[in-house]
Design a protein around this ligand. Structure first.
Ligand code: NAD
Length: 317
C-alpha cells in the first residue's frame, strides 16, 4: 500500500511543490488548506483536497483518523510585516494551529511523523555571522520568527515527552514558480512582475543586503527526503532541525542584475530609502541537511531564476 502524506498549506507555493514531489515518489497525498492565500488550482491532479483551517476540529480529526505516515505542516500566516502589525492573528494560526495538529498527532492511534516548515532567515536574527549553523543562538526580530521558534520548542517537547517523531526544516529564502510576493523571498516574484511590466526594479537601501535563495523544487526534494529519512534521537531544540538553503549569500543588486540577464528585459534599477529593521545578511549552512537527509540543492540561482521568470511570463487562465 502507498504511504500516506498530509500536506497542510498544500494549495500554497511550497506545499504544492511538495505535493508534486511526493506524488512522484508514490505517496497517496491529501492536501489541507483554507485557501486564504493558496489556490485550488495549485493542488496537483492526483492529490485529495480538504478545505479546512488548521485551527479547526475538522483538521484535528483528519490528522487523528486519517491513517497518515507523515504530516508536512506548511500552512501559515507567512507575511513577516503582517505579524508585526497583528501578532495575535499570527500566533493564532502559526502557534495555535500547529498545536492543534500536534495534539491530534498525540491522540492518533497510529502516529504520523510531523515535519515542520520553519525559517532559517527570520529565526536567527541579525546577531550571527552567516552561514548560520543550526546550533546558533536564536533571536527572532519578528512575531513571525518567534512563532516559528515556539513551535520548534513544542515539537522538541513532543518528541522528548510523548515520543512523537518530528523534524524541522528551516528554509532559507525560497523562490520559484507559484511563489507569493508576500513571502520571505517575495522580492523574486516582485522583480519578475516589474520586468514584465517594463517597470524599474526598486532596491531598498544600498542593495548590499544578502539572502540565501533556494529553489522551491530543491525544498520539495528535502521534504520528500525528510518524510522517510532515519532521524536522530529526540533531544534538544536543534537535534532534529535542518537548514534548507544553498549556503550562498546573494545581494539584492546581484539578484536584480541576474534576473535582468536571464529574462532578457532591461528595466532600470532604482534606489529607495532603507527599510527599518531589515536584516542585513542571511545565509544558512547546509551541512546537516546533507548529512541527515543525503540532500543537496541541485539548481543554480541562474537556472532557477530563469525557470521562475518563465513561469511569471507564461499566460495563465
Ligand atoms: N517562502 C519562503 O521563502 C519561506 C521561507 C521560510 C519558511 N517558509 C514557510 O514555508 C511554509 C509555506 O510557505 P509558502 O511560501 O508556500 O506560503 P503560501 O502562502 O504560498 O502557503 C501557505 C498556505 O497555507 C494556507 N493557510 C494559511 N493559513 C491557513 C490556515 N489557518 N489553515 C489552513 N491553511 C492555511 C494558505 O492558504 C496557503 O496555501 C510556511 O510555513 C512559511 O512560513 C517559507
Amino acid at each position: 500500500m502507498s504511504p500516506r502524506a498530509l500536506i497542510t498549506g498544500g494549495a500554497g507555493f511550497i506545499g504544492s511543490h511538495i505535493a508534486d514531489a511526493l506524488l512522484d515518489r508514490g505517496f497517496h497525498v491529501v492536501v489541507l488548506d483554507d485557501l486564504s492565500t493558496g489556490r485550488r488550482e495549485n493542488v496537483p491532479v492526483g492529490a485529495e483536497f480538504v478545505q479546512a483551517d488548521v485551527r479547526s476540529a475538522d483538521a484535528a480529526r483528519l490528522v487523528r483518523e486519517g491513517g497518515f505516515d507523515v504530516v508536512l505542516h506548511e500552512a501559515a500566516q507567512i507575511d513577516v510585516r503582517k505579524s508585526v502589525i497583528d501578532p495575535v492573528h499570527d500566533a493564532s494560526i502559526n502557534i495555535l494551529g500547529a498545536l492543534n495538529l500536534l495534539e491530534a498527532v498525540r491522540a492518533a492511534a497510529r502516529r504520523p511523523r510531523f515535519i515542520f516548515a520553519s525559517t532559517g532567515g527570520a529565526i536567527y536574527g541579525d546577531f550571527v555571522t552567516p552561514p548560520n549553523v543550526e546550533e546558533f543562538a536564536k533571536d527572532p526580530d519578528s512575531p513571525y520568527g518567534i512563532a516559528k521558534l515556539a513551535v520548534e520548542h513544542y515539537l522538541a517537547y513532543y518528541g522528548r515527552v510523548h515520543g512523537i517523531e518530528g523534524a524541522v526544516l528551516r528554509y532559507a529564502n525560497v523562490y520559484g514558480p507559484r511563489q507569493d510576493p508576500h513571502g520571505e523571498a517575495g522580492v523574486v516574484a516582485i522583480f519578475c512582475n516589474r520586468l514584465l511590466d517594463g517597470a524599474p526594479l526598486t532596491v531598498f537601501g544600498d542593495g548590499g543586503q544578502t539572502r540565501d535563495y533556494v529553489h522551491v523544487k530543491d525544498v520539495a526534494a528535502a521534504n520528500a527526503a525528510a518524510a522517510t529519512a532515519v532521524l536522530p534521537a529526540a533531544a534538544r531544540l536543534d537535534a532534529r532541525a535542518m537548514n534548507i538553503g544553498t549556503g550562498i549569500e546573494t545581494d539584492v543588486i546581484t539578484l536584480a542584475e541576474t534576473l535582468r540577464r536571464v529574462s532578457g528585459r532591461s528595466s532600470a534599477i532604482e534606489f529607495a530609502p532603507a527599510r527599518p529593521g531589515e536584516q542585513r545578511r542571511s545565509a544558512v549552512s547546509t551541512a546537516k541537511g546533507q548529512q541527515l537527509l543525503g540532500w543537496t540543492p541541485q539548481r543554480s540561482l541562474e537556472s532557477g531564476l530563469k525557470d521562475t521568470f518563465e513561469y511569471f511570463a507564461a499566460p495563465r487562465g
